[in-house]
Design a protein around this ligand. Structure first.
Ligand SMILES: [Cu+2]
Length: 455
């Protein structure tokens, strides 16, 4: 595994200092392609703060990384490689996707307002591709719409995109060539342009992720690319809960969360414990007078939102899509509802053929979170993840914002579960219950006959 730190250490940006000292030097010094960095790791790789050129606070791409660059004269050069990849979506599940530089989602491109970037794109896919730079203001011929802006990049070829970053903000990249297939296969990445003035809207922690949906049948590896609505894997950066990394925050930090949606439906991202302000879209920064408070921010299809908050409340705070089916992993949507049904007789009949059969769903589906049932290989339970107090019964687009005192500025390692201070955790009432707290009307079948299962 090669990470950015190692690549930087290996001298990928060597010469940058010399370039700054040599402002009058030729526009370009290197005639060759920049090395293409690669990672096979699905874990968050926190980029180091740059020391070579302009100061900025790098974004932390959840379960992702930032693409190394080299300076070529005054031009910041990147090398993206579009290629088939294997993505570990969660422990026990590998997806065979298309992505960039070894991963889906692709590496985050980070640069600074006012810089000129030159991005080499090598196509190692079996069909042509292109890269559209979503939200960036650039010349028409650099816009990456295959057939419109320029011819598609044929397999085996490398094209060069080059443009000035005229504004800072939150952007993304993805193909505009056979895009239904190529995005269903996982081709996308974040493009963050930092303000030239580091004092403009500074934050201590800057998290970023892209929403992507896949339809991968349990036991298989490749997304069903023709699916339009009924996806079964709802991902952040092509990872699913319980294996999306937590957002680790030091108490008192100013925090930004940036999120882009490349699925075919909207996602209301809800964060617990805080209210926050929407400060940026893919159109630009939201002026202070136009910001409004939220606790959920809907991310429309093909759009990006960034919000900010001061992390003053310690704790473990859920962050998730509020569409409840999007916090589930692969599930059957055509299963009937059994709530309130009496399955005793049918269970007896089935057990004559299949002795281990368990009736499910008569008291809700929470059993699924606790049970370890046999599932096909290369898939994950529909509801998984254990917290300090039991099963979380979640999957998909879910993670935890972990706010703690005393976390070092560059520390993003999981601090474990939050210990609720005494007297601040919900507890069981053991006294008398008033009459109206139990429903005794025989015509209301809310629970299976025989009463409520005692947990
Ligand atoms: Cu959603």
């Amino acid at each position: 595994m090669i990470n950015r730190r190692q690549l930087l250490g290996a001298g990928l940006t060597a010469g940058a200092g010399a370039v700054l000292a040599n402002a009058g030097a030729a526009q370009t010094r290197f005639r060759d392609l920049p090395e293409a960095a690669f990672t096979d790791s699905p874990y968050t790789q926190v980029p180091p703060r740059p020391t070579d050129r302009f100061d900025y606070n790098p974004v932390v791409t959840l379960n992702g990384w930032s693409l190394p660059y080299r300076m070529n004269g005054d031009v910041k050069e990147f090398h993206l490689v579009a290629e088939p990849v294997e993505r570990i979506m969660a422990d026990g599940m590998i997806a065979r996707l298309w992505g960039y530089n070894g991963q889906s989602t692709g590496p985050t491109i980070e640069a600074v307002e006012g810089e000129r970037v030159r991005i080499y794109v090598t196509n190692r896919l079996p069909e042509h591709t292109s890269v559209h730079w979503h939200g960036l203001i650039l010349p028409s011929g650099m816009d990456g719409v295959g057939g419109l802006s320029h011819p598609g990049i044929p397999p085996g070829k490398t094209f060069v995109y080059e443009f000035d970053l005229v504004k800072s903000g939150t952007f993304m990249y993805h193909p505009h060539a056979d895009e239904m297939v190529q995005m269903a296969m996982g081709m996308m990445g974040l493009f963050i342009v930092h303000p030239r003035d580091p004092a403009f809207m500074p934050v201590d922690r800057d998290f970023a992720f892209l929403l992507a949906a896949y339809d991968i049948d349990p036991g298989t590896y490749i997304p069903r690319i023709m699916e339009m609505t009924d996806f079964n894997l709802w991902t952040w950066n092509s990872r699913i809960f319980p294996d999306i990394d937590p957002l680790v925050v030091n108490k008192g930090d100013r925090v930004r969360v940036r999120c882009g949606n490349l699925t075919m439906t909207n996602h209301p991202i809800h964060m617990h414990g805080y209210d926050f302000q929407v400060t940026c879209t893919d159109g630009g920064w939201v002026p202070e007078s136009a910001r409004w408070p939220e606790v959920s921010i809907d991310i429309p299809v093909g759009a990006m939102r960034a919000y900010e908050f001061d992390a003053i409340h310690e704790g473990d705070w859920a962050i998730h899509c509020h569409k409840s089916h999007h916090t589930m992993n692969a599930m059957g949507h055509d299963i009937p509802t059994f709530i309130g049904a009496n399955k005793t007789r049918v269970t007896e009949k089935i057990r004559r053929q299949q002795p281990g059969y368990m009736p499910m769903g008569t008291a809700g589906m929470a059993d699924m979170g606790e049970m370890s049932m046999e599932i096909p290989h290369n898939t994950v339970p529909m509801m998984a993840g254990w917290g300090p107090h039991g099963p979380l019964e979640m999957g998909g687009m879910f993670s935890v914002v972990k706010v703690r005192e005393g976390i070092a500025p560059d520390d993003y390692s999981d601090p474990g579960w939050y210990q609720n201070p005494p007297g601040t955790q919900a507890y069981e009432w053991t006294g008398e219950l008033p009459e109206h707290a139990s429903n005794t009307n025989p015509r209301t079948i809310l629970t299976p006959r025989g009463g409520i299962r005692q947990g």
